[in-house]
Design a binder for this molecule. Structure first.
Ligand code: ZN
Length: 496
């Protein structure tokens, strides 16, 4: 490899060392670190963020990338790595360092306040932090070199190529196709899921999580699980993937599906091929692509009947009393029960995109200035009333339920719905090569993972999501495959 590339790799090594320190500290802060130390930690972490910022935006690296970009001797893969890195740098390097540090600190503080507010069920604790993060995000947009494109710029950050116009079209289809199905289901006899709300001790749930992760083939030599308020996945490296969950003792299925979801994320990162794993594209996947893999695990596999062929009996052994009268079919029906509920992460597949629509419309309004920022909590409730017909009694089940806005992740939410849509297309393509039910029934989850690795995971974020979808399925993304899948599945379940 040429000398420039060697220099670039040396530079990237330094960046990854800082990233490792910050990533580990951040994971520690979210999981085991005492809350009382957060002010001390956040100040120092923001300082390190600033140091890292200097490294990733330096003129030296910029010149190096530009030279590599002009280097005709690079092969296609290396060219792509340089292309993505340069694109990212051209956005980031226009932020003044002081601003970047201020923003990093504000987000960390907001995160601490959000968790406190959620525990105490008091939006007022979080509100000033949220307003500050919004203000700083707007300021961040104003620094962009190609002018302030508002919310479109944020959408593009999480899903390259997506805009409000395209998401509007996507959500119009969702509303048109799915709302009538949800209405029709309300008129039908409801599925009994009362067993789900018995007492399930956290310790036993952790045992079950382990059984499920073993079935999926989660490698505890290269991964681990911890607990947090809001479940997430953090991969420090392909061989250091950490997932978290939250055990609610009054719900069995909440943690089950968050564990399966996060395993989908972790598996994606773990399956990136070795020659890309320590490059810029390792975690350059779009959020929509990442959510497609977690939602594919969670819904398309985890909520299918045969996923439980090898897990239902072990689960019953862990909870013999609670599940004594429940059959596998009853369990699977219950985990697919359609219900307009308040909490996104607990939502069924069919109403799920409406939860996302609420957030998407709010984010649009926040950034085009049409929403009264003083009333965000009330607007949240109004939109839930409008789209799901229910209103939260507590802020912790309303505007405080999600971590994302405290992280400044505006533009992320719509990728959950989009990713669920991508997953429908991936599953359809996979079915041409594999009998998925048979793989699940025969305890061959690895065959499913092999298919995903070969067609998607190995590339990391080398390709645009639109390219990656064509590579894996041979077609461009068609959201009708998503709505068709949902309509077929739920028409059958509810005899529509
Ligand atoms: Zn996810």
């Amino acid at each position: 490899m040429n000398e420039l590339w060697n220099k670039y790799e040396e530079y990237m090594f330094k960046i990854s060392a800082y990233g490792l320190v910050l990533g580990t500290t951040s994971f520690d802060a979210h999981t085991v670190a005492p809350k009382g130390g957060s002010a001390y930690r956040n100040e120092r972490m923001a300082f390190i963020e600033g140091e890292l910022y200097s490294l990733i935006t330096s003129d030296e690296l910029y010149e190096l990338l530009k030279a590599l970009n002009a280097d005709e001797s690079l092969d296609e893969v290396h060219k792509k790595i340089v292309h993505w890195h340069l694109k990212d740098m051209e956005r980031t390097r226009y932020l003044p360092k002081e601003f970047f540090v201020e923003y990093s600190k504000a987000v960390m503080d907001a995160n601490v306040a959000w968790e406190d507010a959620k525990h105490r069920d008091d939006y007022q604790i979080f509100k000033p932090h949220l307003l500050k993060v919004i203000e700083l995000t707007k300021k961040k947009l104003s620094y962009l070199p190609d002018g302030d494109k508002g919310y479109d710029a944020l959408l593009d950050e999480y899903e390259p190529g997506m805009t409000m116009a395209r998401y509007d079209e996507f959500f119009e289809l969702i509303k048109e196709k799915l709302v009538p199905v949800i209405k029709a289901i309300k008129e039908k006899p409801q599925i009994d899921d009362s067993f789900n709300y018995l007492h399930y001790p956290a310790e036993q749930q952790a045992k079950l999580a382990r059984v499920i992760m073993d079935y999926i083939g989660f490698d505890f030599n290269t991964g681990m699980i911890s607990t947090t308020e809001h479940p997430f996945t953090h991969s420090l490296h392909k061989n250091d993937g950490r997932i978290t969950t939250h055990y609610y003792e009054n719900s069995l299925i909440s943690s089950i599906f968050s564990v399966i979801h996060e395993c989908g994320h972790a598996n994606y990162n773990h399956s990136v091929r070795d020659d890309l794993a320590e490059t810029y594209v390792f975690d350059n996947m779009s959020s929509g692509m990442h959510e497609s893999q977690s939602r594919l695990f969670e819904n398309y596999l985890g909520r299918s009947y045969h996923f439980w062929d090898n897990l239902f009996e072990p689960m019953k052994q862990i909870f013999p009393e609670q599940l004594k009268d429940v059959t596998q079919q009853q369990f699977v029906n219950a985990v697919n029960k359609v219900e307009c509920s308040l909490v996104r992460t607990e939502a069924d597949e069919l109403t799920y995109p409406l939860h996302i629509l609420v957030r998407y419309e709010m984010e649009k309004g926040i950034f085009d200035g049409s929403l009264d920022l003083e009333r965000l909590d009330e607007i949240w409730d109004e939109k839930y009333q409008q789209y799901l017909g229910i209103k939260a009694e507590k802020a912790s089940q309303g505007i405080l339920q999600d971590v994302h806005w405290s992280d400044g992740s505006f533009g992320y939410f719509p990728t959950y719905a989009l990713g669920s849509g991508y997953a429908a297309q991936f599953i359809k393509a996979m079915k041409k090569d594999l009998d998925i039910d048979e793989c699940l029934a025969n305890n061959q989850f690895s065959k499913i993972k092999d298919w995903l690795r070969e067609h998607i995971h190995q590339y990391g974020g080398l390709y645009l999501p639109s390219e990656q979808i064509v590579i894996a399925t041979g077609r461009e993304f068609d959201p009708h495959e998503y709505t068709d899948y949902l309509i077929e599945k739920y028409s059958k379940l509810y005899n529509l």
